[in-house]
Design a protein around this ligand. Structure first.
Ligand code: ZN
Length: 478
């Protein structure tokens, strides 16, 4: 104890000296005010790969989300976006990148940009903005993420255990929070997370470089801080706008932007003077769609019900063959094998979740019988906490989901696992269903999860099946 106290007081003195030095440096720096400088993070992708994955993801977004397709609004957004893109500092203006700007006819306040430059702005974001400069503020922030290559830098750090295709699952992250079922939710932890949800350091960089871009383009960068306040003020109840959850406040966000703004000189005036007329134009259209309406529309369009959401309400359960006693072994990722009943088939879709289900258990009738395997990225390293968070995330889009018991500690792939059983009401059939969730820790704060789903009345059969599958799991992630 005594030595610990000594060490503490020693440290205190040391840090006082460091603080004094820092103060001198700060005074010296304040004589020559300089804007914040950035450097690109380690990135294993080429610029061309940024463009490629971004365009693939953008094609998926354009296919599945309703674009506004209003020429006047699009022209205005493109004009604002072009001014901003041209104002990117030379060191971050990567020649292969193409900045494009589309408006999604969606009500929720959100915007996102994909690697290499495609940006999507929800109509709700424009409707919430108080001025062109505020909307430009969000766009400048998004452009900064792209220019700093945050999406692929993040993927560089954490892609080791990714399942499925590289370009997948932006959609789950975009609409999964408010709509869709277990698959869309599961995919939130996939690659979409890399492209769309950033940590505090990247947020800080995007705020400050965004402010620089705004000033160079001719917008007052303080309006970016105002827009963030506007977005925050729109949060209804406990649900914060999607944009705020994917762009977390790095701390002192407004002050930091205002401080940076004080170092910047706004170059000219870019305001097009069109904002008021664009807003009244939007106000005259039929209301934007909610995320839920969009997800339901997609489910009825494609027949892929994303875990149960259907447009026509509940449907009668189809007859599903019971699990075979024979097994079939699959290798959903190079570090993972498992054996499932031989009458189940695998489907991996474009998300990072692989589904094993009998005929009729997954498809037009929703996901009613079978098992999904996926990987949760960017965990905390605490398996129970990560599992609880995953369940909370599922519960947001499955309001009837209830945990029935505590976690059982078991063995999964030769290591410690957690299993718990939950009850739910199937969106597809309207009937009670049983959901078994098992997790185990992989390397690099990554979590492997298995989700077994079966109707409550068949739960005893499937509980045994899921246990058998868990026992066959082999993991080699060393
Ligand atoms: Zn951000």
């Amino acid at each position: 104890m005594a030595s610990l106290t000594l060490l503490r007081s020693f440290r205190t003195r040391l840090s006082a000296t460091v603080a004094a030095t820092a103060a001198i440096v700060a005074i010296a720096a304040s004589l020559v005010p300089a804007q914040t400088r950035f450097k690109l993070d380690n990135n294993k992708y080429t610029l061309e790969q940024d463009v490629k994955v971004g365009q693939e993801a953008a094609a998926q977004v354009s296919k599945e989300l309703p674009l506004l397709n209003d020429a006047r609004t699009e022209e205005w957004v493109e004009q604002v976006g072009r001014e901003l893109a041209e104002a990117i500092p030379a060191e971050f203006s990567h020649p292969p990148f193409r900045y494009t700007f589309d408006v999604i006819n969606q009500k929720e306040i959100n915007a996102f940009a994909l690697p290499g430059g495609p940006m999507f702005l929800n109509r709700g974001m424009i409707e919430a903005g108080m001025s062109e400069a505020e909307v430009a503020g969000v766009m400048g922030h998004e452009i900064a993420h792209v220019a700093l290559r945050h999406g692929t830098a993040q993927a560089t750090k954490g892609e080791r255990f990714q399942l499925g295709a590289l370009a997948g699952q932006v959609l789950g992250a975009v609409i999964g929070g408010t709509a869709g079922g277990l698959i869309a939710q599961g995919s939130q932890f996939g690659l979409g997370t890399y492209f769309l949800k950033f940590g505090r350091e990247y947020e800080r960089q995007a705020d400050l470089l965004g402010a620089q871009i705004l000033a160079r383009a001719g917008y007052d960068p303080r309006q970016m801080a105002n827009m963030f306040k506007t977005i925050e003020s729109q949060s209804g109840g406990s649900r914060q706008p999607e944009w705020m959850s994917s762009h977390p406040n790095p701390g002192n966000r407004y002050d930091a932007i205002l401080r940076e703004a004080a170092l910047l000189k706004v170059q000219g005036n870019a305001d097009s003077g069109q904002f008021t007329s664009i807003k009244s134009r939007l106000a005259g259209m039929s209301p934007a769609l909610t995320a839920e309406q969009i997800a339901k529309g997609n489910a009825s369009k494609t027949g892929n019900t994303s875990g149960g959401t259907t447009s026509g309400g509940t449907r009668p359960a189809v007859r599903v063959e019971p699990p075979s006693n024979q097994g079939r072994t699959y290798r959903p990722a190079n570090f993972l094998t498992l054996t499932v009943p031989a009458n189940w088939r695998s489907s991996s879709g474009s998300d990072n979740v692989v589904t094993y289900a009998p005929a009729g258990g997954f498809g037009d009738n929703g996901f009613t019988h079978g098992l999904q395997v996926g990987v949760l990225q960017n965990g905390t390293g605490n398996l129970q906490r990560d599992t609880e968070q995953m369940i909370q995330s599922f519960a947001r889009s499955n309001p009837s989901l209830r945990q029935q018991e505590g976690f059982t500690r078991d063995t999964l792939g030769g290591r410690t696992g957690l299993t718990t059983v939950l009850s739910n009401v199937s969106d597809a059939t309207g009937e009670a269903e049983s959901v078994t969730i098992s997790t185990t820790q992989l390397r690099g704060n990554t979590v492997l999860f298995l989700i077994g789903v079966a109707p409550q009345r068949e739960a005893s059969t499937y509980t045994n099946t899921f246990r058998r599958v868990r026992q066959t799991l082999q993991i080699s992630d060393q």
